[in-house]
Design a protein around this ligand. Structure first.
Ligand code: HXC
Length: 545
């Protein structure tokens, strides 16, 4: 029987090992299998040919592996499928033996929290998506959904791999299906870091948040060349699908960064506000900022002319813990501000009319922007704070023909559907349909506060007197009309343009001392922390609106 103390590799016993003679100094021979393993891994991990990597660097881009290293906690990434290759034999691509098939997939931690990550490698066949590439991403998404952890995709891809024909289109089908199936179950984030075309833009559009980097990221269904041959339009990459185009015009992009490093910092910041999945609550964070910190700015707001514009961001900064707001969609539909803050340590999603742009009125883009964000918040147990200062819906032929009725209805739907805690504070104006839309009490607002200076009415005083007293105004002498208008408007304001009539019917729960707003909001959200409503356990997907 072998000595139990015998080392199974060297064959020496503990007693022999104690003597120096038992370990004569000799060169260690690395076994063949280990050598081969290391060689394969080194070659696979190197990525594309050196000239392609150099071209990538020349554009100011990181490699696919460097990107993962920036994102995850050091040493935490565990790769899966490094050795997978294409099964396609056409165009000689199988003979290239591209290990990993142009995408790195695996798991890592971000600030200690597990996350699934894939990173496409533009230096390998332009990061194009073949069937194996797609299978790797799909498998990762399935595992992430099972493990209930977020998925971050880093995209740098020319879209469906032309050499693989319909097989690559089917690969995108698999991914779109999973983007949708897992929407509202685990957060999905897309980081666009290259010229992304075709399927490489539609999958991100199905995810919750899209990040782009100035001068590096492009998104388009078809590139400038195809546009020129199809429509005759001449357009460059940046104008057609650069970061600012998608951040300010199309609304496809939620966050813009100045560099890849800055982009990963922003991704991590966002992740800090999100739960891992729809079954958890977002992470709380202790703060030294006192709950009852007084806000003089809100007192000042009561004094100013109701038509005076101001940036609502200032009010959000004053309300939030440590004055921190992570704004989403900063450059799109600036008439409404959305983002994440903490109140008393608890994550809250904020939706606020912004009088600095279009007087804070609601239009098509603002409705879409807010409605989708509300649906995201509701999917992931994030309470909603609504700050109201809205003169109504933006009027005009372009809005009507563009479908403001259809788009505005999304906002009504999203607020009514949301079962997370909803607290509303009317800052100043809340008129007509827009008053109802902005999380009013009868649309399911849990607690609705108002400042004393708020004007809650069917419409503003000027508009109202033109309708109510049109005959009297017409019959008055021309020179007396303006004074009559002003007198009637003042009477109207006295009766309706205050929060008291609304408070008397219970549609405002309480008119509050402006400087105490932070404390009142924190108490309200704390009280609502255990809120449950029928239907809450049903999944709500975050459909792109
Ligand atoms: C195979 C591709 C590829 C693709 C790029 N490459 N796109 N290979 N399939 N779809 C390869 C190039 O041949 C080249 O290989 C390398 O990647 C780098 O590409 P370049 O053109 O040299 O780079 P650049 O000038 O930066 O232009 C990048 C690009 C352009 C804008 C992405 O390559 C391009 O327009 N590609 C096609 C985009 C496209 O139409 N995709 C199909 C979409 S259809 P070598 O060997 O020369 O280095 C789709 C279906 C989904 O995705 C359906 C959605 C509903």
């Amino acid at each position: 029987m072998a000595d139990l103390m015998e080392d199974p590799i060297s064959g020496t016993t503990a007693a022999q090992g104690a003597s120096k003679k038992a370990f004569p100094r000799k060169v260690r021979v690395v076994p063949e299998s280990l050598k081969k393993f290391r060689e394969i891994h080194e070659q696979a991990a190197a990525g594309g040919p050196p000239e392609k990597i150099a071209a990538q660097k020349a554009k100011g881009k990181l490699t696919a592996r460097e990107r993962i290293a920036y994102l995850v906690d050091e040493g935490s990434f565990q790769e899966l499928g490094l050795l997978m290759e294409t099964r396609c034999t056409d165009f000689g691509i199988k003979d290239k033996h591209i290990k990993g098939d142009g995408v790195i997939t695996g798991f890592g931690t971000i600030n200690g929290r597990h996350t699934a990550i894939f990173s496409e490698d533009f230096t390998q066949l332009g990061g194009s998506l073949g069937r194996t590439h797609a299978d790797k991403i799909s498998k990762l998404m399935d595992m992430a959904a099972d493990a209930r952890i977020p998925v971050i995709g880093i995209l740098d891809s020319g879209g469906a791999r032309i050499q693989e024909g319909v097989d690559s289109l089917d690969g995108y089908g698999e991914i779109f299906y999973r983007n949708t199936k897992y929407s509202g179950i685990v957060p999905q984030i897309s980081v666009i870091l290259g010229p992304c075309a075709g399927g490489a833009v539609y999958s991100p559009a199905l995810t919750d948040f899209v990040f782009m980097v100035k001068g590096i990221s492009n998104m388009f269904v078809t590139g400038p060349e195809v546009v020129k041959s199809a429509t005759g339009e001449e357009v460059d990459f940046e104008t057609l699908g650069g970061s600012m185009t998608h951040a300010s015009k199309s609304g496809v992009c939620h966050f813009v960064a100045n560099s890849e490093q800055d982009c990963f910092r922003q991704v991590k910041e966002l992740m800090g506000f999100l739960p891992q999945n729809r079954f958890e609550k977002p992470p709380t964070q202790a703060t030294k900022d006192p709950d009852d910190r007084k806000i003089a700015l809100l007192e000042k707001l009561c004094e100013v002319d109701p038509r005076k514009p101001y940036r609502v961001n200032h009010i959000i900064w004053w309300l939030a813990d440590d004055h921190k707001l992570l704004e989403v969609h900063h450059d799109f539909a600036k008439n409404i501000v959305i983002g994440f803050i903490r109140l008393g340590g608890q994550v809250v999603g904020v939706i606020a009319n912004n009088p600095a742009h279009m007087a804070g009125a609601l239009d098509i883009n603002a409705s879409d922007k807010a409605a989708r964000f509300i649906r995201f918040l509701n999917s992931f147990n994030i309470p909603i704070l609504t700050l109201v200062d809205v003169p109504g819906y933006w009027p005009g032929v372009a809005q009507e023909h563009g479908g403001i009725i259809r788009h505005g209805a999304k906002l009504l739907y999203a607020y009514s559907e949301a079962t997370v805690p909803k607290v509303t504070l009317v800052l100043r104006k809340a008129y007509g349909g827009a008053y109802i839309a902005m999380s009013s009490k009868l649309m399911g607002g849990d607690i609705n506060f108002s400042l004393p200076s708020a004007e809650i009415a069917v419409m503003g005083p000027r508009g109202a007197v033109e309708i109510l007293y049109s005959r009297q105004i017409k019959e008055a002498k021309e020179e007396d009309r303006e004074a009559l208008r002003a007198k009637l408007a003042s009477e109207y304001s006295g009766k309706f343009a205050s929060p008291y009539q609304t408070a008397s019917t219970g549609s405002i729960d309480e008119v509050i001392e402006p400087s105490h707003s932070r404390g009142r909001l924190i108490s309200a959200f704390r009280m609502l922390i255990g809120k449950r409503r029928p239907g809450e356990n049903e999944r709500t997907g975050n459909i792109p609106l």
